[in-house]
Design a protein around this ligand. Structure first.
Ligand SMILES: *Cc1c(COP(=O)(O)O)cnc(C)c1O
Length: 368
């Protein structure tokens, strides 16, 4: 096996072909609308340096990141792609934006003014996106600022608007009334900013229907195998597999207890395996006493608290030849998807993915 010489006890496998498949699925769903790729937070923790070039080879040429440093990093990987920065600019940043040919999403009149002043000083026109708040109350110009923006003709001398965008707050729930409310508000916005590109939908929004697509959609989580339709079958391909090795197996019996806080009381004769994964790797502590794992086709249960580097699982039902020291326990993979494990951890696939740490041996497969 390829990991025989690997010095780490846990392995994260990232299937690049599955990511390319997911990009294709999203393109078919959004067709003929263009599909950008959101690769913020190091491609949701999975490695922007590997994934961004793969997506570019799959036909994607528009990328979004959250922060300026992510954008600078991405520019060094993708010298020719269009790179947009969701969080926009703070004082001191416009110069870096321009130097690396990055496009800020301007989220407030302060950001608009910052970009405007910089363009004035340079005696030029600078390209930017504009984010309009249609109900999220997070980033974006609220209605009164949109009005002020439109009433300041000076801006049109300095800022060349490219994309006008907004973000849905409830797209993962197709029945939620806010989807239609935000769509209506955004459609009204498109009439105020004639002849520009517009974008409203992220992963879940793509599946709300073609009237949510406009000129560009911006999926993130769906590319990485997250479920854009929570509660329904996941239309995306599974991207990651997470396995860790057994370090030790012990036979236990009553009245023994397991782990920190003695939260698990052994009910009878059992075999417990200690596995090389813990919350320090991103295997969330909230899965203590509730997490499920697999050894081949045998489903097993986490017993006791998850600690920083270790997790204990009940392997009583698994044949002993499969529970030798060094054998693999499957935590995420064919038996348990990322959205399923996130649900049992009391969180969402977004958080689970981005918490997966740097301690795993990372193996990329496919992508050729
Ligand atoms: C993160 C983000 C996205 C991507 O969202 P997903 O739900 O992961 O597809 C799109 N647009 C904005 C503004 C974002 O912040």
């Amino acid at each position: 096996m390829a990991f025989q010489n690997c010095l780490r006890g846990s392995i994260l496998t990232i299937d690049l072909d599955a990511i390319a498949d997911n990009y294709r699925i999203l393109r078919e769903t959004a067709n003929p609308t263009k599909v950008a790729a959101v690769v913020k937070a190091n491609a949701y923790g999975l490695g922007a340096d590997k994934i961004a070039p793969l997506l570019q080879n799959s036909g994607c040429n528009i990328f979004f990141v959250a922060t300026l440093d992510e954008a600078v990093q991405l520019r060094s990987i993708l010298p020719h792609a269009e790179i947009h920065v969701f969080n926009g600019i703070l004082p001191g940043w416009p110069k870096v934006m321009i130097e690396h040919r990055l496009r800020p999403v301007l989220n407030s009149l302060e950001q608009v003014n910052l970009w405007h002043k910089h363009a004035q000083n340079m005696q030029t026109t600078l390209v930017a996106d504009l984010h309009i708040d249609t109900g999220m109350s997070r980033l974006g110009l609220p209605p009164n600022e949109v009005e002020k923006f439109l009433q300041t003709p000076l801006y049109s001398n300095t800022i060349k608007l490219d994309l006008v965008l907004s973000h849905l707050s409830n797209a993962d729930n197709s029945d939620h009334q806010m989807n239609l409310e935000q769509l209506n508000k955004f459609q009204a916005i498109t009439k105020l900013f004639k002849s520009k590109r517009f974008s409203l939908a992220a992963s879940s929004g793509i599946f709300l229907g073609t009237n949510y697509h406009f000129e560009l959609v911006r999926p993130g989580i769906a590319l990485y195998g997250g479920n854009p339709l929570p509660g329904k079958p996941n239309p995306m391909a599974q991207v990651i597999r997470l396995r860790a090795k057994i370090l030790q197996v012990r036979s236990v019996d009553t009245p023994q207890v397991v782990g920190y806080g003695a939260t698990y009381k052994v009910p009878g004769k059992m075999r417990i395996a200690t596995v090389a994964i813990g919350y320090g790797d991103g295997y969330l502590r909230s899965l203590s006493n509730t997490g499920k794992a697999w050894i081949e086709t045998y489903e097993i249960q986490v017993v006791g608290r998850i600690s920083m580097d270790l997790t204990t699982v009940d392997v009583t039902s698994v044949p002993t030849h499969l529970t030798q020291v060094g054998a693999f326990v499957d935590f995420i993979g064919p038996s348990q998807t990322i959205d399923q494990i996130a649900l049992s951890a009391g969180t969402i696939d977004y958080e689970f993915l981005t918490r997966l740490g740097q301690r795993f041996h990372r193996e990329y497969i496919g992508g050729h």
